[in-house]
Write a protein that binds this ligand. Sequence first.
Ligand SMILES: NC(=O)C1=CN([C@@H]2O[C@H](COP(=O)(O)OP(=O)(O)OC[C@H]3O[C@@H](n4cnc5c(N)ncnc54)[C@H](O)[C@@H]3O)[C@@H](O)[C@H]2O)C=CC1
Ligand SMILES: N[C@@H](CC=O)C(=O)O
Ligand code: NA
Length: 443
Amino acid sequence: MAVPVRPAEPALKVALLGCGVVGSAVATMLVTNADDLAARVGARLDLIGIAVRRPERARPDVPVDPSLFTADADTLVRSADVVIEVIGGIDPARGLILTAMKHGASVVTANKALLGEDGPTLYAAAADAGVDLYYEAAVAGAIPIVRPMRESLVGDDVQRVLGIVNGTTNFVLDKMDSSGAGFAETVEQAQALGYAEADPTADVEGFDAAAKAAILASLAFHTRVSSAQVHREGITEVTAADVQAAREMDAVVKLLAICELLRDESGVPSGVSVRVHPAMIKRSHPLASVHDAYNAVFVEARAAGELMFYGRGAGGDPTSSAVLGDVVAVARHRLAGGHGPVESAYADLPVVAMGEAMTRYHISLAVADRPGVLASVASVFADHGVSIETVRQRVLGDGESSRAELVVVTHRAPDASLSATVAALTGLDTVDKVVSWMRVEGA
Ligand SMILES: NC(=O)C1=CN([C@@H]2O[C@H](COP(=O)(O)OP(=O)(O)OC[C@H]3O[C@@H](n4cnc5c(N)ncnc54)[C@H](O)[C@@H]3O)[C@@H](O)[C@H]2O)C=CC1
Ligand SMILES: N[C@@H](CC=O)C(=O)O
Ligand code: NA
């Protein structure tokens, strides 16, 4: 397709910070797609510099003039119209973004760790400077979810967001389910494929998903939620036995990010619950069919009903798609004047403790197989106000050993009651061991 070339058009100066997995894909798209981007923006996007740690290093895969590489990020951001931050981490990324905004640049970032920790500071700086802060790549990579939450759904009332928002952990859990692969080996594969964070602990311990959950909850409920306020459990404790237990329930184990609006008896919003943890989800649920490093986000809104967003949540090319979409958007605003949405935190709802979240548990117990055991176990649930949905008993061994496995799935109850139930079962005479417990999500 012939691209209309209009050499007399103005140009915008673009600075790129970082040239790793995402930065190198962004630089490549900026250069190889330059004419189309110019036509879409109405101005050329001139890449004026790429800040890296070692500018002298050869980068044959990045088709840019090597003289663009610089170690002086601070000077670079002062002369740009648009700054793309894909360094990651808190500092120096935060300082560079603030300097860029102070000098009049709009900022596009993929940095969920920084937004989750200190988003309000960045929003305030953008508002003070009258520039844009865009971050589509920060949640679920290529999937358009930040813009739908910030703009398309902003006239509706979001009730709940349920998502698989970390590609690395989905990749690992999916391989554990499909091929019984080991944990360490699959994490290494995810790193090699460019899905994992620089330190994969951020992925496997749920920090990355918690930052994304904080961003999603803030947008969904017009309330500031920081990563530190998100209840977080990673996947390092998920065992092959948990995966097998899920399989026996015709379910899979997924690391879920769950953001829920809580209401009082009159239906008035009273708080938000934001959490990240592994959960069993039935194979019939659409999230169960999210394989490999794919992500998916379910949004339940009052008027819209259920929406599902699905696609690639990690990797250089998919992430660069989201970054470039933001670059075009902020570049258009600069040409037309004005800017995109600012922070919306007017609802200012409290973030409730995990104990107040309504959850369901799958609990597997090793018990003695004799009269009265089931009654004693059931009484522990009753004492904690937890209602049982199903109980399954399997005699272990040849039936001579008098041992059995008891699998209990509960109805929803406050998470504090459920965790207290597990603790009480652990101390019960008739229970040899609480073999495993995991939350259950979805219908
Ligand atoms: N890799 C992925 O799939 C995705 C990554 N992201 C986010 O994108 C950002 C970048 O991620 P990756 O490209 O994967 O990381 P990376 O580790 O591959 O690249 C980071 C780059 O920044 C450079 N850098 C670090 N400190 C610097 C400094 N002080 N000055 C100049 N350059 C510096 C590093 O040398 C490296 O080239 C992070 O915020 C990450 O969370 C977001 C979505 C997906
Ligand atoms: N490490 C992240 C990358 C995208 O945010 C992931 O695995 O999803
Ligand atoms: Na996205």
